[in-house]
Ligand binder design. Structure first.
Ligand SMILES: [Zn+2]
Length: 399
């Protein structure tokens, strides 16, 4: 429906920037200005009292109604609602600017996502919000989410971020892919070129926040030639490390993910120098650290056909997750702080998703269980239900 899309993006009005205090709703201000002086004073006092009473509801602490097995969706939406920069992007209507430049895509998903985020942060009622209009859009984008079956939260996150990115991609015409030889360049230069080539095609606020770059090095066991490949990543799916005793740490899982792997037998790659298939070792390092690092703990045997679940307790730090040892370059600072967790409790057959999020304004942790939102202690955040972890690069790490 190209004509519909076009008229849709053209007629979208530019909203004024969000007020500094989201609970001071424009309609309330309009009402009070129309009243006489004395009434205005008492209304103002009443407004202050209301502010104190309602500030809890107006600060992103609003639940989402379960539409029937949609806890996977609610859990991820609350994690994203508490993603500071993405929240601001929606609250300030900055996405509109990016939508307008883009008539290629159907932009309804981003619009609905922004509307929902705005409702979560500006609602003055404590009533849970229904995400049904958002659901209509996500299932238009990804038909697998039609109906009311339990779905995988991480898979949903991938589809959602991809859909949002497509709606606000600053690239309207993707250049053709040209095969070029970068083997004469240093790894660092090659990584930079590959990243800029990626941005020529995929460039959005979503990419700014969530996408990093992984370097895989393939070393020939015969001649020692090392070839490198750079790939963007939107999250890292970590295998859960197994230990005979003691707890498993998140670092153990990341080490397992990045550990050197031998490619032999049928998996033997072709060595560029030997010009024939050779046994090689493969290793991952992180070339570019994303602002928001999403770590998915592979608890399920397979996302689509879940046959078993590992309920191993993975100990993860809430503050100062230092990933420097996984960096391609030695000098990189890569320290992250946790701000949200999507949890899965129960078994593969019947389970329930919740979210633990640190409110970016209040700095306190809350438990989002569909329509219920309750405060919690940061000491309760770590549990064996943790499934998808959301980390933010610490500001001192940003360059
Ligand atoms: Zn070789």
């Amino acid at each position: 429906m190209p004509s519909m899309r076009q008229s849709y993006t053209v007629t979208v009005p530019e909203d004024p920037p969000a007020p500094a205090f989201p609970f001071l709703k424009p309609d309330l201000r309009r009402k009070s200005s129309a009243m006489s002086g004395s009434v205005l004073v008492s209304t103002f006092v009443g407004l202050l009292i209301n502010q104190a009473k309602n500030s809890k509801n107006a600060q992103g602490l609003v639940g989402l109604r379960n539409l029937g097995n949609t806890c996977f969706m609610n859990s991820i939406l609350q994690c994203l609602s508490n993603t500071h920069d993405l929240r601001d992007y929606c609250l300030h209507n900055s996405h509109r600017r990016d939508l307008n430049n883009n008539s290629r895509a159907n932009t309804a998903l981003m619009e609905e996502f922004a509307k929902l985020t705005q409702t979560l942060w500006r609602s003055t009622s404590s009533d849970a919000v229904s995400p049904s209009e958002f659901k209509t859009q996500i299932q238009k984008y990804a038909p697998r989410f039609v109906g009311y079956n339990q779905q995988d939260a991480q898979e949903f996150l991938r589809f959602l971020l991809d859909g949002l990115h497509n709606d606000v991609n600053r690239v309207t015409v993707r250049p053709r892919i040209q095969v070029q030889d970068f083997d004469h360049l240093s790894d660092d230069e090659k990584g930079k070129i590959m990243w800029s080539k990626y941005l020529e095609r995929e460039d959005s606020k979503v990419v700014d926040l969530f996408v990093g770059q992984l370097k895989s090095s393939l070393t020939c066991s015969d001649c020692g030639y090392c070839s490198t490949v750079f790939d963007p990543f939107w999250d890292l799916s970590l295998p859960i490390a197994k230990k005979s005793s003691g707890e498993v740490s998140l670092m153990d899982c990341i080490r397992l993910f990045t550990k050197e792997d031998v490619l032999d037998g049928d998996e033997k790659p072709t060595c560029y120098r030997c010009k024939s298939r050779r046994k090689c070792t493969k290793k991952f390092t992180i070339q570019k650290f994303p602002k928001i690092l999403v770590l998915h703990l592979k608890r399920f045997s397979e996302a689509r056909v879940r046959t078993s679940k590992l309920s191993t307790f993975v100990n993860f730090p809430i503050r100062d997750l230092d990933l420097r040892e996984f960096a391609s370059e030695n000098s990189t600072h890569a320290v992250y702080n946790l701000y949200a967790v999507s949890n899965h409790s129960g078994t593969t057959m019947g389970g329930h998703y919740t979210a633990y999020c640190r409110n970016p304004v209040l700095g306190e942790w809350y438990n989002f269980n569909d329509s219920r939102v309750t405060p919690m202690s940061s000491s309760q955040v770590r549990s064996s239900d943790a499934y998808v972890l959301f980390y933010e690069l610490s500001t001192s790490s940003r360059m």
